[in-house]
Design a protein around this ligand. Structure first.
Ligand code: TLP
Length: 349
């Protein structure tokens, strides 16, 4: 099912709410959530926490807000957090940790699978010296967007948590697409989230809800996080209208993510077969396909995206010769075949 007559592969954020979501939104029982009296939000938060294997949840407007509230809750101004140099938190959130929280990001190299080396984390932790900021937090990302939608395992997450906790640090997971990570590995999502102190996951990406993310953690953490959310203007009122769609997302949209993963693999193989384009097939583990344009070809990523658009396929240029395509509920297997053909023609044109 295409979006406005386009095969829109720019992001899974382009998904629109399903009919079941629209019905649930219209019928939602609501109240003032700043008074904690919105039954639909309360239900979503309980469901989310249960799925993540955590005590409590907090509905926030976006993944960016969930990550920021987590950073503001774990850290004080002048504190430091260890984060991958390709992490969404570092790369795509408008510098929010520093801009709003006075939190110093200490970047270390992201590995090709999206992980951070334990040794690199260990080396980045500051000693007790008045010259240094105080290290408070480590952030992981699962799945990892800029590394290709790669997933982290529960065993790896536990290792990072053990290291962080042994040094008195908190572990936060930007789990915008943590359900993709769980479905791809065939594990319960709580196995991926539970080792951490907090996790943000998004309802408005592959799960197709129109708005919202949930930050989860202990009851004490979420009590403090509510205050931080209020500081940045995120205390919403009858937002149960939005949460209602989130409940449908959790109930109906998780298992089907495997279809998006199958489509991404098919797209990656198709692209790999086009002369002049290359894909690291090992990184195609969930719903993202990043591919590169051979430097010998006389056009760049912007031009190839422009040509594809003429064939009604939308993709995102993420570097001069690199393009991202993301599969989701509004792109069918047949449309993946069409997109491959459009790309092949666009390269030849
Ligand atoms: N990512 C968006 C863009 O910002 C790049 C996308 O299209 O992929 N964490 C991760 C890993 C994300 O990929 C995103 C969104 C977020 C957080 C932020 O979520 P929102 O957009 O809800 O603030």
């Amino acid at each position: 099912m295409s979006l406005n007559n386009y095969i829109d592969l720019r992001s899974d954020t382009l998904t629109i709410p399903t009919e079941a979501m629209r019905k649930a939104m219209a019928a939602a029982v609501v109240g003032d959530d700043v008074f904690e009296e919105d039954p639909t939000i309360n239900r979503l938060q309980e469901m989310a926490a249960a799925r993540m294997g955590m005590e409590a949840g907090l509905f926030v407007s976006s993944g960016t807000m969930g990550n920021l509230v987590a950073m503001l809750t774990h850290c004080q101004r002048g504190d430091e957090m260890i984060v991958g140099d390709q992490a969404h938190i570092f790369y795509y959130e408008a510098g929010s940790s520093a801009a709003v929280g006075g939190i110093h990001p200490h970047t270390i190299l992201n590995q090709r699978d999206g992980s951070l080396k334990l040794d690199d984390i260990e080396m980045a932790i500051r000693t007790d010296d008045e010259h240094f900021p105080v290290t408070r937090m480590v952030a992981l990302e699962n799945t990892h967007n800029r590394m290709g939608g790669t997933f982290l395992t529960s065993a790896y997450t536990k290792e990072v948590a053990t290291l962080a906790h042994s040094r008195g640090l908190k572990l936060h997971i930007d789990g915008a697409r943590i359900f993709n990570a769980a479905v791809a590995q065939g594990v319960e999502v709580c196995k991926l989230a539970q080792p951490a102190d907090s996790v943000t996951f998004c309802l408005s990406k592959g799960l197709s809800a129109p708005v919202g993310s949930v930050l989860c953690g202990t009851k004490d953490f979420i009590r403090l996080a509510r205050r931080r959310r209020k500081v940045i203007g995120g205390g919403m009122r009858q937002a149960g209208i939005l949460a209602a769609a989130g409940i449908v997302a959790l109930e109906q949209m998780v298992d089907r993510l495997s279809e998006d993963h199958t489509n991404a693999k098919k797209l990656a193989l198709g692209i790999a077969g086009i002369r002049g384009l290359s894909v690291d097939l090992a990184s195609v583990q969930t719903n993202m396909v990043y591919f590169n344009i051979d430097p010998a070809l006389p056009f760049d990523a912007i031009e190839l995206c422009r040509r594809a658009l003429a064939g009604n396929v939308k993709m995102l240029d993420t570097a001069p010769r690199r393009i991202r395509a993301v599969t989701h509920a509004w792109v069918s297997s047949a449309e993946i075949d069409m997109a491959i053909q459009v790309l092949a023609d666009a390269v030849k044109a």
